[in-house]
Design a protein around this ligand. Structure first.
Ligand code: 15L
Length: 265
């Protein structure tokens, strides 16, 4: 395996549980962290619970780690305080811990909600200005910018994954464009971990879908090659799910319903 020790944060979350057994195959030791219960350690796993807002615990968490897959944090719209604690302060703690422990590569789970207010007729690449649809999207834009600063100043490489919708199968019309299969998620994370010169990069996380709003031409150096597509689900979704009203956000915006969620304060 190419890595001695990988760290996966958010390992108890939705995608953390998907990646846990898959990343295990690519390292000698897989350190797993979350504030939620992680169950028991399998062979080659190390459990190290930590809250992102706990600076000292984060510093310990990144000790003797080759690279980090950072899925930890709030993954949907929420009140400001938890977003600030996990996605703003927590990401800062992560990068400070990387700097102090000499960690050289981070794969950062960003989100399509950084660009959620683009319209579905617009196709954008990684240079499109952010148009966050939620406080959550703003917090992910912060992580993208903080990681850029840590690359420019300290050479810590980050691949920001603007993940679409990673579920076992596409569930609705919007997800025909945004879907990222779990196998493609694994391919994407592995490409981001192993690309020789990742620098600071932004990659959209989607499968090889026929309808697509996100263009990865600026991320060719990461070498991500999706193998799956939402297309086999199209006929059934289009036959069984009503066409939304013309002013329905799920039909207008990249971010779908997120453009209307909240405020939750
Ligand atoms: C996200 O960022 C969320 O974490 C996920 O739960 C989905 O809602 C996804 O975006 C999406 O846009 O489908």
């Amino acid at each position: 395996p190419p890595f001695h020790r990988l760290l996966l944060t958010g390992a108890a979350g939705g995608l953390g549980r998907v990646l846990r057994p898959r990343l295990r195959r690519h390292c000698q030791r897989l350190r797993l962290s979350d504030r939620a219960d992680l169950g028991s350690a399998a062979d080659g796993e190390e459990l190290q619970p930590a809250a992102l807002e706990d600076r000292a615990a984060m510093r310990e968490l990144l000790r003797e780690v080759d690279a980090v897959v950072h899925l930890g944090g709030i993954a949907v719209e929420a009140a400001w305080e938890p977003i600030q604690a996990a996605n703003i302060t927590g990401v800062y703690h992560l990068y400070e811990a990387a700097r102090l422990n000499g960690v050289r590569r981070i794969v950062f789970a960003s989100s399509n909600h950084v660009v959620g207010f683009y319209r579905q007729h617009e196709v954008i690449d990684a240079l499109a200005p952010p148009r966050p649809d939620t406080l959550y999207g703003v917090s992910k834009a912060f992580g993208e910018n903080l990681s850029r600063m840590y690359f420019e100043r300290y050479g810590i490489e980050t691949v920001c994954l603007r993940i679409g919708s990673s579920t076992p199968a596409p569930e609705n019309r919007r997800m025909l464009a945004t879907w990222l299969s779990h196998d493609d998620l694994e391919r994407l994370v592995l490409a981001a971990l192993t690309a020789p010169n990742a620098g600071h990069s932004i990659v959209y996380g989607l499968s090889d879908n026929r309808t697509r709003w996100w263009d990865n031409r600026l991320a060719a150096h990461i070498g991500y090659r999706p193998q799956d597509s939402s297309e086999p689900w199209r006929a059934e979704i289009e036959a069984t799910q009503p066409v939304p009203d013309p002013d329905d956000p799920t039909r207008l915006y990249h971010g779908g319903v997120f453009v209307e969620l909240g405020p939750y304060d």
